[in-house]
Design a protein around this ligand. Structure first.
Ligand code: HSE
Length: 306
């Protein structure tokens, strides 16, 4: 069946992973979005126009991450890749720990599924597997695909996820610095093994964090403690480490967002969030942008244009 002329529009949320103790497991979708329109054209190859974040920086040919995700999906589903025109409108900052690469991958996979609607069926587990193959770990791509709070885990059959709805009392604040940090560098600072005591510490906090985020927001401060990754990575982002210390000393549940260097603060009311934002903006030595965001509950969406 010819796909020429088909156009889909997709919208995919930013995500914050780890949430403190839930390293490579927990993720939350946030109300900040990248939007993409993809059309199948007659001529082979791909042409990408990027507006907003990444314009003039990211590749605009077949090496573009979104195009590679579309190609990966078509190949995995046994379909020939047609020629493509893409228009991206990006709002998610790059290299800041807000899941921008996962969002790009999910944008491509979701667009490919939309373009192949009626040709091949793809279920949620397959989507997550395709995204995780490209991203390497499932904790950002799961909330980008499905929205809400996600627990993601890997099995011999592939990655799986459970989506949970977040308690209305949770008000996320994201603090974005001007500097960037590569996830690869942050991951290289992780030790091969950790003390058993630290593993137990994180097991208890991440179990508690699920209760805090779904039922008992008053437990969010205690449940966002971590010994598995943040301390090891602190030397690569001292400003982040220092601002988290200031915020936690003042009683706010601040953690590194994903691999950093942004900070996620899980506040328990919009009023508390406003005070935390003021404290952060006035305390940081370098400038921080404060983004009060909602939890996105839908995840990736697709609209069929033609
Ligand atoms: N869990 C990942 C990490 C998230 O912290 O390395 C960043 O992609």
């Amino acid at each position: 069946m010819s796909l020429i002329g088909r156009t889909v529009r997709v919208r995919v949320p930013a995500t914050t992973a780890n949430l403190g103790p839930g390293f490579d497991t927990l993720g939350l979708a946030l109300s900040l979005y990248d939007e993409l329109e993809v059309s199948v054209r007659d001529a082979p190859g791909a042409c990408v126009a990027v507006h907003g974040v990444g314009a003039g920086e990211v590749p605009t040919d077949e090496s573009n991450l979104v195009v590679r995700a579309i190609a990966h999906t078509f190949r995995a589903l046994g379909q020939d890749l047609p020629g493509l025109d893409l228009i991206a409108h990006n709002s998610i900052p790059h290299g800041r720990g807000l899941g921008s690469s996962g969002t790009a991958i999910v944008s491509g996979i979701t667009a490919a599924r939309g373009l192949l609607d009626g040709v091949v069926d793809v279920d949620d587990n397959r989507l997550l597997a395709l995204a995780t193959e490209m991203e390497g770990h499932p904790d950002n791509v799961a909330p980008a695909l499905f929205g809400g709070l996600t627990i993601a885990w890997t099995t011999p059959e592939g990655p799986k996820h459970k989506k949970l709805m977040v308690h209305r009392g949770v008000s996320p604040l994201v603090l974005v610095p001007e500097f960037t940090l590569s996830t690869e560098l942050a991951r290289s600072l992780q030790p091969e093994s950790v003390p058993h005591e630290d593993a137990v510490f994180n097991v208890s906090r991440s179990a508690l964090l699920i209760a805090a985020l779904t039922q008992s927001p008053e437990l969010v401060f205690e449940s966002t403690e971590d010994r598995l990754h943040q301390t090891y990575r602190g030397s690569a982002m001292p400003q982040t480490r220092d601002l988290i210390a200031v915020l936690r000393d003042a009683g706010y549940a601040a953690v590194v967002s994903g691999a950093g260097p942004s900070i996620l603060v899980l506040c328990t009311s919009p009023a508390e969030r406003a005070v935390a934002a003021d404290l952060a903006v006035s305390s940081g030595e370098s400038p921080w942008r404060a983004l009060p965001l909602a939890v996105d509950v839908k995840g990736a969406t697709v609209e069929f244009v033609s």
